[in-house]
Write a protein that binds this ligand. Structure first.
Ligand SMILES: CC(C)(COP(=O)(O)OP(=O)(O)OC[C@H]1O[C@@H](n2cnc3c(N)ncnc32)[C@H](O)[C@@H]1OP(=O)(O)O)[C@@H](O)C(=O)NCCC(=O)NCCS
Length: 217
């Protein structure tokens, strides 16, 4: 990867189907047989929590090979005070271009844009391998949990400004933009708009199971 061989720009309406197709290629069979991220992206754009100012694509040789999206989430403390945060995701790079630094470029570019918009904390649920080198830390280190004092191993926090979090306990409330993905028929119907792809098992699905069922004590 060379700094001059790609551009990062905001997604436009004309990109929608190309970005959905990219996500389908990148996430296919990754977490379970098939994927729903292309549908998630599709419905997210119309959700009130979606932040179009942070919906970026990475273009190389006239082709979109990466995308990143953010939604608004919130933290609530034990006294009911609230704080706005960003939830990052999905983020993907086309399989032909992975592990060359493009994901890093997209993330770091949008960290700057997010800070310019006034956000100081980003949260996402993901494989720590992909994020710890970008400065993400376990939610436990910042005392951020789900209701019931649950600290998932895959709940990762990136602080954009020093002292953005002061150590008090925060409960994380992500957007519910992904709720339509629970409708398997809607996901399958949407998927039929794309070229046929074979659903199959692959080891990353077991990795996903382990990460998404692990908690920090
Ligand atoms: C995850 C993903 C977005 C990362 O983008 P990428 O362009 O492939 O990754 P990069 O080359 O920018 O590397 C980013 C970091 O990943 C890690 N990484 C890179 N290669 C790795 C490898 N072979 N094994 C484990 N981790 C690796 C490193 O931490 C690296 O940071 P560093 O370069 O500072 O060490 C991309 O691989 C992808 O789209 N994967 C499929 C979809 C997905 O999993 N999305 C994220 C949902 S949680």
């Amino acid at each position: 990867m060379n700094k001059n061989d790609y551009i990062i720009r905001l997604e436009t309406k004309n990109d929608y189907r190309e970005v959905e197709n990219l996500a389908r290629e990148a996430f296919w069979n990754l977490s379970f047989p098939g994927c729903d991220e292309h549908y998630f992206i599709h419905v997210m754009r119309d959700h009130e929590s979606f932040i179009p100012e942070l919906g970026y694509v990475l273009e190389k040789d006239g082709k979109i090979i990466g995308n990143i999206m953010y939604t608004k989430g919130k933290l609530a403390d034990e006294n009911g005070s609230e704080k706005s945060v960003l939830t990052m995701g999905p983020l993907c790079i086309h399989p032909d271009y992975q592990r060359k630094g493009y994901g890093k470029a997209l993330l770091e570019y949008t960290f700057i844009k997010a800070a310019e918009l006034g956000y100081d904390t980003i949260i996402n649920f993901g494989n720590p391998d992909n994020y710890v080198a970008r400065g993400y830390k376990s939610c436990k280190k910042y005392n951020i949990c789900f209701e019931g004092d649950v600290f998932p191993a895959a709940l990762l926090v990136k602080v954009l400004k020093e002292n953005a979090l002061d150590g008090r306990k925060w409960f994380y409330h992500p957007s519910n933009a992904d709720e339509p993905c629970g409708d398997a028929d809607a996901v399958a119907e949407f998927d039929r708009l794309f070229s046929p792809k074979e659903k199959a098992w692959q080891p990353s699905q077991e990795e996903f199971y382990i990460h998404s069922h692990s908690f920090i004590k």
